[in-house]
Design a protein around this ligand. Structure first.
Ligand SMILES: NC(=O)c1ccc[n+]([C@@H]2O[C@H](COP(=O)([O-])OP(=O)(O)OC[C@H]3O[C@@H](n4cnc5c(N)ncnc54)[C@H](OP(=O)(O)O)[C@@H]3O)[C@@H](O)[C@H]2O)c1
Length: 255
């Protein structure tokens, strides 16, 4: 019987690349995002190319209760989720005092609250079956505070810390938790965040997804994608926080 993977933010970018990797390996998929026509297009493509079953979940994770609705729907239809990929996320560039409060509250809901809810809900049946894998997408932004994208960086530090701790808690249960930390990656993320720079050490979304996929399948707790990002993350951990905070702020202002 084919296994099921649930991927949030699968309509484009890194999440779409994840969907292609899982489908190519024969997983049935539940793909989630807000853009229904685009999700339908992705579903049709994956069904035709890989012969897998794809369920489209058109949901806005910024709406409280969305995670529980998704869980209930998949339980009702008896799609046992073996793999959960919490990938959906976004950020906004700007001074915290000037950014719209609602946007920042939505960021908390999507990047942190929905991720926690989905993890908690799907973890219970995974533990009962003694089988399952969870991949949470953080960022190298997790490794230092980021002025002018303060809440985004804080949300990724949260995802990183939460995921590392949970990976340790579930060790030996048959369930694994992996956190993926990408650096700059070509996707819609930057345009949506109000960041304009398109050049620099950008990776492609398919490379990042492949790194995450392999780490997930090996049950590794942490994967920083790309050599330069690994180097940057290690340097950030070694330097004083005041300095890395200042540098991150300058970088965000320049983008
Ligand atoms: N790109 C980078 O440089 C970079 C670097 C480090 C980490 N990351 C992280 O990687 C993850 C994927 O980002 P990406 O680069 O692939 O960005 P992206 O191209 O903007 O894709 C984001 C995905 O999340 C979905 N999404 C956004 N808000 C949502 C909501 N309220 N409800 C449901 N789905 C929602 C989007 O679909 P809809 O718009 O259709 O809802 C889309 O499928 C994010 O967590 C991001 O923080 C990205």
């Amino acid at each position: 019987m084919k296994k099921w993977a649930l991927i949030t933010g699968a309509s484009q970018g890194i999440g779409y690349e994840f969907a292609k990797l899982f489908a190519a390996d024969g997983y049935n998929l539940a793909i989630l995002a807000r853009d229904q026509p685009r999700l339908q297009q992705v579903a049709d493509e994956l069904r035709a190319r890989h012969g897998v079953t794809v369920k489209v979940l058109t949901k806005d994770l910024a709406v409280p209760g969305a995670a529980k609705e998704i869980f209930n729907e998949l339980e009702r239809e008896q799609f046992p989720i073996s793999i959960l990929v919490n990938n959906a996320g976004f950020g906004f560039k700007g001074a915290f005092a000037e950014l719209a409060l609602q946007g920042e509250l939505d960021l908390i809901q999507v990047n942190m609250t929905a991720l926690v809810e989905l993890t908690r809900l799907f973890l219970t049946p995974m533990l009962a079956r003694r089988e399952g894998r969870i991949l949470n997408v953080a960022s190298i932004a997790a490794f230092q505070p980021g002025p002018f994208m303060s809440l985004y960086y804080a949300s990724k530090a949260f995802v990183y810390s939460f995921s590392c701790a949970l990976a340790d808690e579930v060790a030996g249960t048959g369930v694994t938790v992996t956190v993926l930390c990408p650096g700059l990656t070509h996707s819609q993320f930057h345009a949506r965040a109000g960041l304009t720079r398109k050049h620099g050490l950008f990776m492609n979304a398919d490379e990042v997804a492949r790194d995450g996929y392999h780490a997930l399948m090996k049950g590794k707790p942490v994967i920083v994608s790309g050599f330069m990002n690994k180097l940057g993350a290690n340097i950030a951990k070694a330097l004083p926080t005041r300095l890395t905070t200042r540098l991150a702020g300058k970088m965000n202002q320049s983008m």
